[in-house]
Design a protein around this ligand. Structure first.
Ligand SMILES: Cc1cc2nc3c(=O)[nH]c(=O)nc-3n(C[C@H](O)[C@H](O)[C@H](O)COP(=O)(O)OP(=O)(O)OC[C@H]3O[C@@H](n4cnc5c(N)ncnc54)[C@H](O)[C@@H]3O)c2cc1C
Length: 440
């Protein structure tokens, strides 16, 4: 008589969850991959979707399609909302807000992080973050609508407010989106308006540190700073954004001194991240240690101490691991290998993260690439950046069409995916478009 197969439940189909599920394909286990979104999202190119270079189809791929060739892996759409550590079950909310329960022998928590407003959640109404497809579409709508509204206004402070864009956070995402907005203004929209000159658009980038892109070597950061400034991005370092409202932002110097106000109708938030609510809930049910952002402390094999059947991977892992795709992918592969070794009765290995470097896009034909002692910038950095991003995009079709779209966009500065919906896109984190109240 055959024994029941081990049930592996993976929460999250980002880089960590997807790589874990793929590696478990054809293993002697039944895998369920649950995600609240139907597709795997390539977050590193979200800003290109937000600014109209790429479509949502370029940067996301259906998880069901992606995993269809693994008969032992099923994908489910739903949001994990409850965890019973004793019963080994997870309660899931369907898109229509009804619920069901999944049981597991092994739980892999790969639910990632969400934007953090450091306790000032009301900022979110005026300052969308950049973590989901909804965020990208919300930013696209606000960006292009701002120019449209400015076109209809007479010169003056109101029009200036619509032509001023503030970005909070000088990490790679903040730098990338700030540079892209200036490129939209100076190249894409340059000759399309009659009343305004889009080149007048101001882009302000605020950060609490003394330089942007702190995770890169100072020499590279200096080059990036010069490029951003020549593009027209105004850098305001050493300040915290302390208020965000309908008409502007308030920033306070870290070193003290009076707060400053900037009139703007478009604020984008890339300043911080925190664990998604379900991860915090799991940590509580397991009595697991977490850091301030909610990342969970793990044992050397990436399991939760005292709970060898629960693993954590990717951005949610506490400790000295960077919040980058490579750490999530390597973690996913490692946990799959632990599960396989458990089946074979072999001891688990410890997780070792191999740093394969990092890259950041600065402007057209200009990116930073840092791999160990190798430091590249300018055009050669940009080629390296492009190669890496294409290599890790999910799906061959997505890779080919992204390369073709880039080639078309490079020469003319056109952005073919500027379309946006007017609907209720003002609320970025609106995961589903219907609820049980709407049903007959
Ligand atoms: C704008 C941006 C740019 C970036 N650029 C780079 C870059 O250039 N290079 C780099 O290496 N890294 C980059 N990163 C970081 C990289 O994307 C992350 O490190 C990586 O995505 C983490 O993978 P993960 O699997 O831990 O989580 P994620 O990829 O965030 O996946 C988590 C998944 O869990 C799902 N989920 C969340 N909660 C639930 C729930 N309750 N129930 C069900 N599903 C749930 C989400 O829908 C999501 O699909 C960037 C991130 C962002 C946001």
């Amino acid at each position: 008589m055959s024994e029941r197969r081990t049930k592996v439940l993976i929460i999250g189909g980002g880089f960590g969850g997807l790589f874990c599920a793929r590696r478990l394909g054809r293993a002697d286990v039944d895998v369920t991959l649950l995600d609240r979104a139907a597709g795997h999202l390539f977050q590193p190119l979200l800003y290109q979707c937000a600014t109209g270079t790429l479509s949502i189809g370029h940067i996301s791929r259906s998880l069901r399609e992606e995993l269809s060739r693994h008969p032992n892996v099923r994908t489910l759409l739903g949001e994990a909302v409850g965890h019973d550590a004793d019963a080994h079950t997870v309660t899931v909310m369907r898109p229509d807000e009804t619920t069901f329960v999944l049981d597991y022998d092994v739980l892999v928590l790969a639910a990632g992080m969400q934007q953090s407003y450091f306790g000032k959640e009301h900022f979110a109404e005026w300052a969308p973050g950049m973590k989901t497809l909804d965020d990208a579409l919300c930013i696209r709508q606000r960006l292009f609508t701002a120019f449209e509204i400015a076109e209809t206004l007479p010169p003056g402070p109101e029009r200036d407010g619509w032509l001023t864009f503030a970005v909070a956070g000088g990490g790679p995402t903040g730098v990338e989106i700030a540079g892209q907005i200036r490129e939209v203004a100076t190249r894409t929209l340059a000759n399309e308006f009659h009343s305004i000159d889009p080149e007048d658009a101001r882009v302000l980038l605020f950060d609490g540190g003394d330089r942007v892109l702190k995770s890169f070597a100072p020499g590279l950061t200096e080059k990036a700073t010069r490029t951003l400034e020549s593009l027209g991005v105004e850098l305001r370092m050493g300040v915290h954004v302390t208020d965000v409202g309908r008409d502007g932002v308030t920033v306070t110097p870290k070193s003290g001194g009076p707060a400053e106000q900037y009139g703007t109708r478009t604020v984008l938030w890339t300043a911080g991240v925190e664990a998604v609510p379900f991860a915090r809930h799991v940590a509580q049910t397991l009595d697991a240690e977490t850091d301030r952002a909610g990342r969970i402390s793990v044992a050397p094999d990436l399991s939760v101490p005292g709970h060898p059947q629960v693993f954590v991977i990717g951005d949610l892992v506490g400790g000295d691991f960077p919040g980058v795709a490579e750490n999530a992918m390597q973690g996913g592969l490692h946990v799959a290998s632990c599960i396989r070794r458990d089946l074979d009765g072999k001891p688990r290995r410890n997780y070792r993260y191999r740093d394969l470097g990092s890259a950041a896009y600065i402007s057209r034909g200009n990116a930073l690439l840092q791999v160990g002692p190798i430091r590249l910038s300018g055009r050669i950095g940009w080629l390296g950046w492009g190669f890496i991003h294409i290599a890790f995009l999910t799906g061959v079709r997505n890779r080919i069409s992204t390369v073709m779209t880039w080639m078309a966009a490079i020469g003319r500065g056109d952005r073919y995916h500027r379309a946006f919906m007017l609907g209720d896109r003002g609320v970025p984190e609106q995961p589903y478009t219907w609820s049980k109240d709407d049903q007959p």
